[in-house]
Design a protein. Structure first.
Lengths: 425, 295
């Protein structure tokens, strides 16, 4: 079976080995030299997997359309490492979150305020970046696409059972009870993945009841004093929403504890449950199953007042240029290219995002069209779970509450963690 | 090498002779049953990997991981190939692995030879302990300074990763070679020196060939470690066009999306060289695992 290996073959094979190594070394150094043309290369970091082919195509088009810059699509760079090395990508196009805000807070991102495109962004959308720590006097990021998330529901199940979309908490409970009575799982829970609880049930119930931005501003103000006696705290301010979250647990599938995100998408595609607490990113996954399920979205009612209805948003893609980048000019040129309406709007329509500019066209996809009203009226919040530093395992705490742990005690622990972190800082 | 060729064939023939006699050695059924169950631990995931790679996207997410692919499709391989620019990533991975394997064998063998033959000198003895101490420093601990250092000296590329592999494995490999070298009689070397060979010649003509089995062990470990490594290339290589396969494959699994079929097709392609290498070197792997176990 094996080729005969002559015992005298060692020196020979070693020589071929070394030759091969030398050969590939030469090939490598040649390859390293060849792309060094006259145009400076702009590294464009974008790693949202489903959008990779789209942006790769755009970079190729842009590079071909002018002869000043070559844009290189990058999905593999480790951001933290590249900033440590002072060679970050020239242009980032990423989810804007607390981790990214660190770079902004420390002034690692350059000011883009002088770009005309920065002025075209909706005020309340641009303001979303200020929910996180900022670097004073700079427009460090330009929101490119906003994702709005709310309860995903199966229209056919709702229609078949004569249910309408609930607008108050009592209506919601009523819908759940009636679905349960006819043997349909009201809500599909995927509690094996902690983040699905944090970004779904937790964010929706908290966001529907509490002013998230004000809450965290006060929490930062109180810092190490956060505790049972402080004005705001997890244990006091969030207790009521968390109790309501636990109440909804009654209506999830029996095997929710052992189901993950992928299972949830499959189940929704097969119409196994009426509601699903996930963002629009799940639609792409549900779509993969190729069923003709008819889904829509509605903001979770947590109070008895329909005027309190809000949707959860996040800046799914934001553009930024690092201060130390030596390809700032090219990066800015590419930003202007990306911000052209026909390119930005096409992206948002294709990937279920909401436009960020003042005159962005409304979304048309039937699955998210119900959220347009809330987005236009500025009735949105960012997820409460997104403002807790990763040092505090909030998603796991929330998972344990869903798993049966005492809500008050667990929230008290989160307060203690918050205060400790503030003390250390 | 010569020791390997002499000892290896002896073993299978010994067991081969014992089997036909039969009856004398009773089959240990409980142990066999346990081992059969253990093999399932490898075979079942492997089956899912292979069958998943040939499924359509729709079938991959239908919740039946164990179903056979129908219809059979090669689309996932095509997608994985273009999405990761597989051929380039593959070439870079091969480049890193080849340098790491050759470098680890040669550098560690040289170090071990120098240390063993100069054991009576303090400098060499202490340098051995110094090298061994490095075994207690894993890469993640020094990752940040390494990122800065490699950036400063222009080694933030695949070559830098290969060099770091050589350096980080130096401690363990030198220990393996040292243990093995001690079993080679000094007289062999003395007779060669009598014939007028210098140190260099002694090493390349005599010692290095004798180290063959141990070199194979080191090489196999070096190959597996460098081929599968994710963290080091991900942190060290700055040019996204020079990234290795494991890092490029990261894109298939994120928090919000899973492309099982494309991911598994890509993993299969990445696994292929490791399996091919194993097929051709398995007798060295088997013999290598016990090398140095007994001094």
């Amino acid at each position: 079976m094996l080729p005969p290996l002559p015992s005298a073959g060692t020196p020979l094979s070693r020589r071929t080995f070394l030759a091969a190594a030398g050969g590939s070394l030469a090939a490598f150094s040649l390859a390293a030299c060849s792309p060094a043309g006259a145009q400076p290369t702009i590294t464009f970091h974008q790693s949202k997997p489903e959008a990779v082919p789209y942006f790769r195509d755009l970079t190729a088009k842009f590079t071909a359309s002018q002869d000043r810059f070559r844009v290189l699509h990058d999905m593999a760079t480790n951001l933290s490492a590249s900033f440590v090395r002072s060679s970050p990508p020239d242009l980032g196009c990423l989810n804007y979150n607390l981790e990214m805000a660190r770079f902004m807070e420390r002034g690692a991102l350059s000011d883009l305020a002088d770009l005309p495109e920065a002025a075209s962004i909706r005020g309340d959308v641009l303001d979303l970046t200020n929910w996180y720590p900022t670097y004073p006097g700079r427009t460090s990021v330009i929101p490119y696409s906003v994702m709005a998330a709310s309860v995903i529901y199966n229209r056919r199940i709702f229609e078949a059972n004569g249910l309408s979309v609930p607008t108050t908490w009592d209506e919601l409970i009523d819908v759940c009870e009636r679905l349960k009575a006819v043997g349909i799982t009201p809500i599909y829970g995927t509690f094996r993945d902690p983040w699905t609880i944090a970004q779904g049930l937790f964010d929706y119930t908290v966001g529907g009841m509490v002013d998230v931005r004000g809450f965290y501003q006060s929490m930062h103000g109180a810092g190490e004093k956060v505790g049972p006696d402080s004005e705001v705290s997890f244990q006091k301010t969030l207790l009521e929403p968390v109790r309501r979250m636990v109440q909804l647990k009654k209506y999830v599938n029996a095997d929710a504890a052992s189901r993950g995100y992928g299972d949830g998408n499959t189940a929704m595609a097969q119409g196994q449950a009426a509601m699903y607490f996930q963002g629009p990113w799940a639609f792409g996954e549900i779509e993969k199953a190729g069923t003709d399920v008819d889904l829509g979205t509605f903001p979770l009612p947590v109070t008895d007042n329909p005027a309190d209805l809000k949707v959860r948003v996040n800046i799914d893609l934001s553009l930024w240029v690092p201060e130390v980048s030596n390809g700032q000019q090219g990066a800015r040129a590419f930003i202007q290219y990306l911000m052209q309406p026909e390119i930005q709007d096409t992206y948002n329509a294709k990937f279920l995002g909401f436009g960020t500019v003042k005159d962005a066209p409304p979304v048309t996809d039937p699955r998210i069209v119900e959220m347009q009203k809330y987005y236009d009226e500025g009735r949105f919040y960012m997820g409460a779970s997104q403002f807790i530093p990763n040092t505090i395992p909030a998603a796991n705490y929330i998972q344990s509450i869903i798993g049966g742990a005492d809500a008050e005690g667990t929230l008290r622990r989160m307060d203690a963690d918050w205060a400790r972190l503030a003390f250390r800082a | 090498m010569s020791t390997a060729t002499r000892t290896i064939p002896a073993k299978p023939s010994a067991t081969g002779k014992r089997r036909p006699l039969g009856g004398q050695e009773r089959t240990n059924w409980p142990a066999t049953a346990v081992l059969i169950v253990c093999t399932l631990g490898v075979l079942v995931p492997l089956y899912v990997t292979v069958s998943m790679a040939f499924k359509t996207t729709g079938q991959a997410v239908d919740g039946n991981a164990f179903s056979l692919p129908s219809p059979l499709t090669f689309d996932s391989f095509v997608q994985a190939w273009t999405l990761t620019n597989f051929s380039r990533g593959f070439a870079i991975s091969v480049f890193v692995s080849v340098i790491a394997v050759v470098g680890e064998i040669v550098v560690s063998a040289l170090a071990a030879y120098a240390i063993v033959r100069n054991w009576d000198r303090k400098l060499f003895r202490w340098s051995f302990f110094y090298l061994l101490a490095a075994m207690f420093i894993p890469f993640p601990v020094v990752a940040l300074p390494q990122i800065q250092l490699t950036g400063l000296v222009g080694l933030d590329n695949p070559l830098g990763v290969a060099i770091l592999h050589i350096v980080f494995a130096l401690a363990f490999n030198t220990m393996l070679f040292t243990a093995f070298l001690r079993s080679i009689p000094l007289e062999l070397e003395e007779s060669m020196r009598m014939d007028g060979a210098g140190t260099w010649q002694v090493f390349w003509r005599l010692i290095f060939p004798l180290l063959g089995p141990m070199s194979a062990t080191v090489g196999i470990f070096a190959f597996i470690a460098s081929w599968n490594d994710f963290m080091m290339p991900s942190l060290i290589i700055s040019d996204p066009e020079m990234q290795t396969i494991p890092v490029l494959q990261k894109i298939f699994q994120t928090q919000f999306s899973n492309s099982y079929n494309v991911a598994f097709a890509s993993y299969l392609m990445a696994m292929a060289p490791a399996i091919v290498v194993y097929l051709f070197t398995q007798r060295w792997v088997m013999s290598g695992l016990t090398q140095g176990a007994v001094k």
